[in-house]
Design a protein. Structure first.
Length: 183
């Protein structure tokens, strides 16, 4: 494969390449490093996708990788996202408030979050899509400010829906910026 291989379509300065599922986390991390100017971490990929129990490249497990990626968010950018006058921002705040107030460090399913926040299940289910659309349209971030994972990718395996989690550091950041959020 070359960078001009016609079997992989382009759109402007973007080239679409198939990436084996087990390599997606590493590819996303590498792209994030390139986009932020960080020195890319190098590692040999393991043959299986990382889980909470199975280390991935560089000894990172799924939880570590998600936390590392979500930590790239600066306080000012969290405030900007949360203060936007959009449904996505409103849903982001509701989900963060629930996770930070009640479930720091725990994976919570979209069903649990919908029940706790009063948001419609379909709203929480579609949140990941909506936030990524927002991020790609309005920011330089390529990953959400808190991790999400498919239940089957977690250990122990969970219901096959998206699960969200905030780390202690992400919760501390949310508490730190809370006074700057519009009522």
């Amino acid at each position: 494969m070359t960078d001009t291989d016609p079997q992989f379509p382009t759109a402007g300065d973007v080239r679409y390449l198939p990436v084996p599922t087990e390599h997606v986390p590493e590819v996303l991390r590498y792209i994030a490093d390139l986009m932020t100017g960080a020195t890319p971490m190098t590692a040999t990929l393991t043959p299986e996708a990382p889980t909470e129990a199975t280390p991935a490249a560089g000894g990172l497990n799924l939880t570590d990788w998600h936390e590392m990626e979500a930590q790239r968010w600066e306080d000012i950018d969290v405030v900007d996202l949360a203060n936007r006058n959009t449904k996505t921002a409103k849903h982001y705040r509701a989900i963060m408030d629930e996770l930070v107030d009640n479930h720091v460090g725990e994976w919570r399913s979209i069903d649990d979050i919908a029940d706790a926040t009063g948001l419609d299940r379909d709203v929480v289910k579609n949140f990941r899509t909506q936030i990524y659309r927002h991020l790609h349209a309005h920011t330089d971030y390529i990953l959400a400010p808190f991790p999400g994972a498919w239940g089957a990718d977690l250990t122990p395996r969970r219901k096959q829906v998206v699960w969200y989690r905030v780390s202690e550091a992400q919760a501390a950041q949310w508490r730190r910026v809370l006074p700057q959020l519009h009522k």
